[in-house]
Ligand binder design. Structure first.
Ligand SMILES: Cc1cc2nc3c(=O)[nH]c(=O)nc-3n(C[C@H](O)[C@H](O)[C@H](O)COP(=O)(O)O)c2cc1C
Length: 310
């Protein structure tokens, strides 16, 4: 028997009707029917979906299937996810763009920001929604319509079953879109932070939408200075690393203890992957024994690749 918590009734829109759920605040840009004008809608149910190990990185967007955004993605496949700095004024602009039923033309007549071409509009057919000039960060995305067999979904007045499970039209009123991340754009200052190191005063001042809204009010929290907590400095004994080495399928490369000592901080779930990477490097470089010297070379190569990726 637990009397320190209440069990809350779980109902439709439970993330805001039955709980306080922190979410991003974004404006998503899509093209109108003619593919000429970009309009923007306010969206918070947009999260990273494929973050590694797939052919593309992807986001997931949950939205009403009658929205301009859903129609724009179904028709033209592309969208831009714009993150603006938090201010009460900007939040009010998001709420204005969150009012259902306005056509793209009506929305853009009273749009509070400026727009410019996306970077991706220079590629392919150029049919890409615009981005918001005042945004600090923008994800340019293409709908991955082949997932869940959603490539034939089209805009309709009413959506009848059957529905998809997780991509395309997923219910009478709902749509889910898995969006390949084509580009991530960032303003200079924040690009510097993410490449050269963040800090208490070196962070992107984004809003957090705390989910809750009632019939009269949307709520959103201001950005405050972030706190940093160091990653736990946990290292395993070198014998645990040796144990993992002995269990590799490929035993043609040996490791000295001082080499293994250099990777004792690698968390256990990633150890096999790291060791396999070392073995692959050894084959590529005709090495059969990895000492501290070779391990240093591998580490330097990884650090260089990481820097280049940024
Ligand atoms: C802060 C905020 C966040 C919102 N998040 C979502 C969301 O994640 N999914 C959704 O379907 N609607 C969401 N809405 C409601 C949409 O903005 C609303 O349906 C709007 O009409 C969409 O614009 P569009 O038709 O131009 O796409 C949100 C509204 C606000 C104000």
């Amino acid at each position: 028997m637990n009397d320190s918590f209440h069990s809350v009734r779980i109902m439709d829109n439970f993330y805001q009707s039955s709980s306080f759920f922190p979410m991003p605040l974004t404006l998503i840009g899509t093209l109108d029917e003619e593919g000429k004008t970009t309009s923007f809608g306010a969206y918070s149910l947009v999260f990273p979906y494929y973050i590694a190990g797939k052919e593309s990185y992807a986001m997931l967007l949950e939205c009403r299937n009658s929205s301009n955004t859903a129609k724009g993605i179904l028709r033209h496949k592309r969208c831009t996810i714009n993150f603006l700095p938090y201010s009460k004024k900007n939040f009010a602009s998001h709420v204005k763009l969150g009012f259902p039923g306005d056509t793209p033309a009506e929305k853009m007549r009273e749009f509070d920001f400026h727009t410019e071409d996306s970077l991706s509009s220079a590629d392919g057919d150029g049919l890409y929604p615009k981005i918001i000039s005042e945004a600090l960060q923008v994800f340019e995305c293409t709908w991955w319509d082949s997932l869940d067999g959603a490539q034939d979904d089209v805009v309709k007045e009413e959506y009848e079953p059957p529905y998809h499970d997780f991509n395309g039209i997923t219910s009478k009123f709902g749509a889910h879109f898995i969006l390949k991340v084509d580009k991530i754009l960032m303003k200079d200052e924040y690009y510097d932070y993410i490449v050269n190191g963040v800090g208490k005063k070196r962070f992107m001042p984004l809003a957090t939408n705390w989910g809750y809204r009632d019939s009269s009010t949307f709520w959103c929290s201001d950005f405050t200075r972030p706190d940093g907590v160091g990653i736990p400095d946990r290292q395993v004994d070198v014998s645990s690393v040796r144990y993992a080495v002995d269990r590799l399928d490929d035993q043609s490369v040996s490791f000295t203890d001082d080499a293994l000592q250099m990777i004792v901080k690698v968390p256990r779930p990633f150890l096999k992957l790291v060791l396999q990477g070392c073995v692959n490097w050894a084959h590529e470089n005709n090495v059969t024994k990895i000492t501290a010297k070779e391990m240093q070379e591998i580490n330097d190569k990884r650090a260089k690749e990481k820097k280049e990726r940024k």
